[in-house]
Design a protein around this ligand. Structure first.
Ligand code: UT7
Length: 329
């Protein structure tokens, strides 16, 4: 017997402090005009010094659990998608499990870059469809400010901190996750990388002096990858479900660059008012982007039961992912 699986609750958390383009003008050789024109970003949130990724994840998780009317003890599994965990180990998911008191849940972190939350949606939904689990907490949470090179204008203007969470459970037949497309091209791994701090290049004074423990990115290579893969993943999930873009009530894309989103809008021929865009307010929060968008869309009354929603993302790996969901709440 199989079950339909879908999102039954969502929530997000954004740290209080905001960093504006004007603030960045005082830190590196950049301008509000360049950042706005080349990326669409105006401000981003920055975690307080005493906040780590699990703290952001916790706030988002509490809100998602309340939205789903679910108690932590009911959870069978917690997945945290992140590239900025509190520690290499234990996993941020285990820290979150303890803090929530989710004593019946298994827990692990998922590393798929900015695709992490939607990758997790794929894994979590199939764990429910198979009957293995009934309720799963899926979180995308990042404190990218901790691994950003604040002297590198090519990258430091892009990223922000935040967290979004979803509770997945069994839903009515025909609702929930309808189709998925998960992909990777590991040959592009070096285009977006934190070079030091792992077994290939353990942290040393030299790696720290060279800023190799921080994010390094070949922006244009990632841009080209994204420009191809975002529309590709959307078409794939539509094709698998036998639908067209006209069936979609809302497209929720990863928020890395407004020009990448605009490119997808043009290629897919979808009206702009059916695309959720918040990059101006939050910047690129990696795995947190999609669930924060979903929460904002729900709060704005833009997600109604039966709406077909596409979530699409790309990121470090390089990875890409699409999911077509029939909203079940
Ligand atoms: O979530 C997944 C991860 N990330 C992404 O998806 C990012 C994908 N890539 C991008 O969004 C874009 O490639 C960037 C926003 C990173 C860069 O935009 P671009 O249009 O590709 O700029 P560029 O790298 O070709 O640089 C153009 C110029 C260069 O100057 P010169 O060599 O032409 O004199 C850069 O040095 O812009 C300069 N530049 C800046 N100028 C002012 C780069 N960063 C800045 C800056 N302020 N912050």
């Amino acid at each position: 017997m199989t079950f339909a699986a879908g999102i039954i609750g969502i929530g997000c958390y954004l740290p209080e402090k905001k960093l504006t383009n004007q603030d960045l003008e005082k830190m590196v050789d950049t301008s509000d005009a360049w950042i706005t024109e080349r990326t669409g970003i105006k401000t981003r949130h920055i975690a307080a010094p005493d906040q780590a990724t699990s703290d952001l994840a916790y706030e988002a998780a509490v809100r998602a659990l309340a939205d789903a009317d679910t108690k932590p003890e009911e959870l069978d599994l917690i997945i945290v998608a992140t590239e900025s965990p509190d520690y290499k180990y234990p996993s941020t998911a285990c820290l979150l499990q303890a803090r929530l008191g989710a004593k019946n849940a298994a827990a692990f972190d998922l590393s798929a870059g900015c695709s992490g939350f939607v990758y997790g949606l794929g894994i979590a939904s199939q764990s429910i469809v198979s009957g293995l689990y009934k309720k799963i907490l899926l979180v995308g949470a990042e404190t990218l400010s901790r691994i950003t090179d604040w002297t590198d204008r090519n990258t430091c203007v892009l990223f922000g901190d935040g967290a979004g969470a979803a509770v997945l459970g069994r839903v009515e037949e025909g609702y929930g996750v309808l189709s998925l497309d998960l992909g990777a091209d590991g040959s592009g791994g070096s285009h977006l990388i934190q070079p030091a701090g792992g077994s290939r290049k353990p942290t040393t004074h030299e790696t720290v002096d060279a800023h190799e423990h921080l994010i390094h990115m070949d922006g244009q290579d990632v841009f080209k990858f994204a420009a191809r893969r975002m529309p590709y993943a959307c078409r794939k999930v539509l094709q698998k479900a036998g639908m067209t873009i006209d069936d979609v009530a809302l497209l929720v894309p990863h928020q890395a660059n407004l020009r990448i989103i605009d490119n997808a809008i043009d290629r897919l021929k979808i009206d702009r008012d059916r695309v959720w865009i918040n990059i101006d307010k939050h910047g690129n929060m990696s795995a947190a982007c999609v669930p924060v968008c979903l929460t904002e869309a729900q709060e704005a009354g833009r997600l109604k039961k039966g709406d077909k929603v596409i979530m699409v993302a790309f990121g470090a790996g390089l990875t890409w992912v699409g999911a077509l969901v029939k909203w079940a709440k």
